[in-house]
Design a protein around this ligand. Structure first.
Ligand SMILES: *Cc1c(COP(=O)(O)O)cnc(C)c1O
Length: 374
């Protein structure tokens, strides 16, 4: 089986360092909000070129607390995409606001900035662009719209650490950038974790208070907060991995280029398009194929661990039924949801494995045509 991601292979390359870092934390007796979290926050601020970062429990909390810090809540609308993981809109729901969906650009799978303005109402407070699969959104257009309509921008960078738009790190454009350290992400911990980045001191301070029961001073509480702290063991592991992220992203890009080459003559496989002036970090390598569900099943049977991200767009999920955004409302989102399939992609994948993935996909598509014809 060629897995979609092989975490153990990566672990083997850094095992000694990670195990030492974890043991040091265990021996230190300091497990929450200690020196590793502080150091990681500083190192990541440097990495992104922003003033501040704040370590949290998860990417979902990063989005949720970013919304809270911007005082977005009941009665407010937040514009985003339905072609993403549910955590994006879950965060909007947790604060009591309403997600408003805008269709995607089918080349990049990201929110189509040219359709955003039509979705703005007097209740709109923010836009959450999602840099899906590691591909940056068109941040110049999005920031321009936000400025003209006085909207906040929270970037969902959970799949896009290190991705750049016009040479600038995604996450550093908006009021907030949100990261996840879920183990499968390009910078993954060994458990849950997340982080916000921001250039605003007051927004940083607000998230620092919200993550720790709503108070900056211990046992003095100004508002309802949550318990959402990054723990020291995760921070220590992430600090070992962070210096490798640039290389790992470069390797992903090289693998994407090799897949593109392998599929160059395969007319049925639509390979990902990199938008101009972007540095894409290929959290996923996602293609569009005919007879997708049949092909997916055949790939699994033939030892290729392909995945569907995501099988149902968010506006058609039960959780959003109350929005009454029916089928046909987001044509590109709905169409691409039926075509996309993500192939094995991780820094340590070999060219031989990639060739096997490519030839298996091409033969499964051919076989699926006869299966469909029967
Ligand atoms: C993973 C992910 C999240 C949520 O991150 P968690 O750390 O799992 O809470 C949010 N948005 C996107 C696009 C993601 O891929």
């Amino acid at each position: 089986m060629i897995p979609i991601l092989d975490s153990k292979r990566q672990y083997a390359t850094i095992a000694n360092e990670v195990e030492k870092a974890v043991c040091d934390v265990m021996r230190s007796g300091c497990y929450i909000l200690g020196p590793n979290t502080k150091a990681l926050e500083k190192e990541l601020a440097e990495f992104f070129g922003v003033n501040y970062t704040v370590g949290l429990n998860s990417g979902t909390d990063a989005l949720h607390l970013a919304l809270r810090a911007l005082d977005i809540g009941p009665g407010d609308e937040v514009i985003t995409t339905a072609f993403t993981f549910v955590a994006t809109t879950e965060a909007i729901g947790i604060v009591g606001a309403k997600p408003v969906f805008v269709d995607i650009n089918p080349d990049t799978f990201n929110i189509d900035p040219d359709k955003i303005e039509a979705a703005i109402t007097p209740r709109t407070k923010a836009i959450i662009p999602v840099h899906l699969y590691g591909q940056p959104c068109e941040m110049d257009k999005i920031m321009d719209i936000a400025k003209r309509h006085n909207l906040r921008v929270i970037e969902d960078c959970c799949q896009a650490i290190g991705a750049k738009y016009n040479g600038k790190m995604v996450g550093s454009f908006g009021d907030f950038g949100c990261l996840s350290f879920y183990p499968t992400k390009n910078l993954g911990g060994m458990g849950d974790g997340g982080l916000i980045m921001t250039n605003s001191e007051s927004l940083r301070d607000r998230v620092v208070a919200l993550r720790n029961h709503g108070g900056a001073v211990r046992y003095y509480h100004d508002e309802i907060g949550v318990n959402s702290r990054l723990d020291e063991i995760q921070a220590a592991i992430l600090r070992v991995k962070l210096p490798h992220v640039k290389d790992w992203n470069e390797q992903r890009r090289a693998h994407a280029a090799y897949y593109n080459k392998l599929f160059a003559d395969a007319k049925d496989v639509i390979t990902p398009v990199e938008a101009p002036n972007t540095y894409c970090v290929y959290h996923q390598y996602t293609v569009k194929v005919p007879n997708r569900d049949v092909v997916h099943k055949m790939l699994q049977e033939n030892g290729v661990g392909a995945m569907l991200y995501y099988p149902v767009p968010l506006h058609l999920q039960k959780v959003h039924a109350y929005l009454n955004v029916g089928k046909g409302s987001l044509p590109y989102t709905e169409k691409d949801t039926e075509l996309v399939i993500s192939l094995p992609m991780f820094p340590e994948i070999t060219e031989e494995e990639q060739r096997t993935v490519a030839s298996t996909l091409i033969s499964c598509i051919e076989k699926s045509k006869t299966a469909a014809a029967v």
